[in-house]
Ligand binder design. Structure first.
Ligand SMILES: O=C(O)c1ccccc1NCC(=O)[C@H](O)[C@H](O)COP(=O)(O)O
Length: 222
């Protein structure tokens, strides 16, 4: 089955348009002010409107309060909130009830213990996203361009529908898809020429790599 593809941290019309033209199923906007990918909600709303209905709009937030969420929900009208902080299961339920929005709960992974925390969110979050733990010294909970040990994903059972994230790029995405049961993949730094600067050629190369991964050459060459 084709994986969903989320391109995260977009800030310009041309990169949003290119990602969707190439087949992105999800477009992510970052609302974490310390990030080089931070975008003001009003601009994100304008960019979201360019592609609404063609790709799902994901608002990435970190431990947001209700005022933050009110603004984002009003101006961006995302299909999905990606909760990328330490939001408890109770907070996820509250957010879903208040805003009637799908929630993708992100987890930072270094070892199997990190995956066990998912259990409490099954049946509460609509989907999961597994990202690498931030390297020491990084101020960003995501978008660090580092991968984690994908063999850990074998700990999860079929109840956990997830996107794989963290350090993906054109060179490792085929292996990532082959070695996990991810129903989606998420990329940010891997299509950037500098922190926060998306590159059209790198976006193209990533989609080409995903397409090749889905269509491996057969031994007979057919
Ligand atoms: O990307 C950010 O700057 C960011 C900041 C704060 C919270 C989350 C953030 N990114 C979330 C994502 O979904 C990224 O796509 C994910 O972490 C993968 O990033 P990368 O390893 O750079 O591909």
């Amino acid at each position: 089955m084709k994986p969903d593809i989320k391109i995260c941290g977009l800030k310009t019309a041309e990169t949003v348009d290119r990602a969707v033209a190439r087949g992105a199923t999800h477009i992510g906007f970052i609302f974490f002010e310390k990030s080089p990918r931070y975008i003001e909600p009003d601009l994100a709303g304008v960019l979201a409107d360019r592609v609404r209905g063609k790709a799902l709009i994901v608002a990435v937030v970190v431990d947001p309060d209700n005022d933050d969420l009110d603004e984002i929900m009003n101006l961006v009208r995302p299909d999905i909130l990606q909760l990328h902080g330490h939001e408890s299961p109770e907070r996820v339920l509250t957010i879903k009830a208040l805003y009637n929005v799908l929630v993708m709960k992100a987890f930072s992974v270094r070892d199997a213990e990190d995956l066990r925390r998912v259990e409490a969110y099954i049946g509460i979050a609509d989907r999961f996203l597994f990202d690498a733990k931030a390297p020491k010294g990084s101020e960003l909970p995501g978008g660090n361009g580092v991968a984690f040990d994908w063999s850990l994903m074998a700990w999860l059972d079929g109840r956990v529908d997830y996107m794989l994230s963290g350090g993906l790029n054109k060179d490792n995405v085929a292996l990532a898809l082959a070695s996990t049961k991810a129903s989606g993949i998420d990329i940010s730094s891997g299509v950037e020429s500098a922190p926060g600067v998306k590159d059209l050629t790198m976006i193209d190369e990533f989609f080409d790599a995903v397409a090749s991964a889905r269509m491996p050459a057969t031994a007979s060459g057919s």
